[in-house]
Design a protein around this ligand. Structure first.
Ligand code: HEC
Ligand code: HEC
Ligand code: HEC
Ligand code: HEC
Length: 117
């Protein structure tokens, strides 16, 4: 019994670590938020869409790394080396959406489809 209990605790522990590493399920992206409404970003749905290839967005990490940095750590309002947070988001998000739509998907590309009130 004791061994079973310990084994179960170990399994739940691993699952918890794996879930934490996925980051939040939904992220309200509001780092800049001046003129536009924040974006309700389905983080986990997008992880499925890239078939777990985190580096599609987390481009400075190696595939399989678990401690992923927030984009905002490098993409600040007026960062010297990296594009601004807004430009980085527009490029990565809209870039893929346009590609996807060219192959029949309907990902948001209009302003108010992402910046919902
Ligand atoms: C479609 C783009 C995209 C994909 C794919 C993606 N993420 Fe993210 N992730 C984001 C964005 C955007 C944020 C919010 C970061 C910010 O605002 O600075 C984020 C935040 C996170 C955070 C929180 C970072 C922090 O410190 O706040 C973790 C952890 C994370 N992602 C893990 C993952 C993992 C693991 C995968 C792959 C299984 C993944 N992400 C795939 C876009 C993505
Ligand atoms: C450790 C720092 C760092 C983190 C974290 C980071 N970036 Fe970047 N990013 C950079 C730098 C530096 C550049 C400019 C050089 C380059 O293009 O690689 C850049 C460039 C970009 C570009 C422009 C690439 C191009 O093709 O012109 C996009 C888009 C981008 N980042 C999106 C993101 C997103 C989305 C996240 C979070 C999921 C993120 N970045 C996290 C440092 C970072
Ligand atoms: C690798 C490609 C890819 C990237 C990168 C990407 N998306 Fe998407 N996004 C999609 C696809 C595919 C859909 C769903 C299209 C469909 O259902 O036909 C989608 C749908 C959405 C939706 C509609 C709600 C939903 O999730 O179903 C929002 C909002 C959205 N994306 C925001 C973002 C934001 C914000 C970013 C950048 C942080 C981003 N996306 C980056 C591919 C991408
Ligand atoms: C695919 C989703 C997406 C689409 C489509 C989109 N944006 Fe954004 N935009 C974002 C994300 C994500 C941010 C970062 C939000 C934040 O951190 O506050 C952003 C930030 C901004 C910002 C800076 C933040 C602020 O409140 O001032 C402005 C301005 C902006 N977008 C304007 C537009 C306009 C205008 C359009 C249409 C031409 C548009 N966006 C379309 C995702 C999108």
């Amino acid at each position: 019994m004791k061994q079973v209990a310990i084994a179960l605790i170990a399994i739940f522990g691993l699952v918890a670590v794996a879930m934490a590493a996925q980051g939040p399920e939904v992220i309200s992206i509001d780092k800049v938020k001046k003129a536009m409404a924040p974006i309700e970003f389905q983080h986990h749905k997008h992880q499925e869409r890239v078939e777990g290839k985190c580096t599609t967005c987390h481009h400075t990490e190696k595939e399989g790394e678990t401690a992923l940095k927030a984009c905002s750590e490098c993409h600040a309002a007026a960062a010297a080396e990296a594009p601004s947070y807004k430009d980085a988001m527009h490029k990565r998000c809209q870039g893929c959406h346009k590609e996807q739509n060219a192959s029949g998907k309907s990902a948001p590309v209009k302003c108010n489809e992402c910046h919902k009130k």
